[in-house]
Design a protein around this ligand. Structure first.
Ligand code: MN
Length: 265
């Protein structure tokens, strides 16, 4: 690829701009295009798709094409695409997250939401997460996976899939599997304690995670040593549910008529 046609790549995360995962990712992506890093100035994991609408955002330039934003991952991508970057990037790459983003977790994930925000604004992207990182160097294989998938996504811009959730197992992956999202089995519990002033307080999300172990799930892939790639889509409509509720429109009309004539409850 010549310099004039180099892709512009926006890199974001939810662990904060100083996290080791984003450093490894930005380094690995240098070979694929011009990398811009716009990321939260601190840890913002599990903020989901939150946007900051009630206070101003600042973007501190920490180096060439490198900005720390006092906001959420989605803020960063929104700001980058709609104002901060001088050009529109061809792709948004989020990560490498410290820890998995499997199954239902994608709805909480700031990493996935960063890529989702890009997709909402018409830019394809991928979210990359590393299972059980053990130190800064452990992110390098995952960053290389991200670079390879970035190259594929940039090359295949006319394909349907524009938003990929990628989870990388620890160590050297055995290969890549295309997967669907697994389901978390809710064994999670709330831990209740008492503070020194006698008030109750709670910790949520502390139970051991249990998963539906379907062969074609993201969970199964990473736990047999494969990179899991799950295409996601923005349309949350439950189509079987929509068909299942078809008679509700008529049912609702019938109920309203019934209420009009009958005695009030
Ligand atoms: Mn995170």
């Amino acid at each position: 690829m010549t310099k004039a046609t180099r892709a512009v790549i926006l890199v974001c995360n939810d662990d904060g701009i100083h996290a080791p995962g984003i450093a490894a990712l930005a380094t690995a992506l240098e070979a694929e295009g011009e990398v811009w890093v716009v990321a939260p100035d601190r840890e913002r994991s599990a903020v989901g798709h939150a946007l900051t609408l009630h206070r101003p955002l600042t973007a501190d330039q920490l180096g060439p094409r490198r900005f720390a934003v006092n906001g959420t991952p989605s803020d960063c991508v929104n700001l980058a695409l709609l104002g901060l970057l001088p050009v529109r990037p061809q792709i948004v790459v989020a990560g490498v997250n410290a820890g998995s983003n499997l199954g239902d977790d994608v709805t909480y994930s700031g990493t996935v939401s960063a890529a989702l925000e890009g997709a909402l604004l018409g830019v394809p992207g991928l979210a990359v997460s590393l299972i059980q990182p053990t130190g800064p160097a452990s992110y390098r294989p995952a960053a290389r996976v991200a670079a390879r998938l970035t190259r594929l996504l940039l090359r295949d811009q006319d394909r349907e899939a524009t938003l990929l959730n990628v989870n990388v197992p620890p160590g050297q992956p055995r290969g890549v599997r295309l997967t669907r999202l697994g389901r978390r089995l809710y064994s999670e519990k709330v831990v209740e304690r008492q503070d020194p002033r006698g008030r109750r307080y709670f910790w949520i999300g502390v139970g051991p995670p249990a998963w539906e172990a379907g062969e074609d799930t993201d969970y199964a892939a990473v736990h047999s040593g494969y990179v899991s790639v799950t295409p996601l889509m923005l349309d949350l409509t439950d189509y079987p549910g929509l068909r299942g509720l078809k008679d509700w429109e008529a049912e609702y009309r019938r109920q309203s008529r019934g209420r009009g004539r009958g005695p009030r409850r």
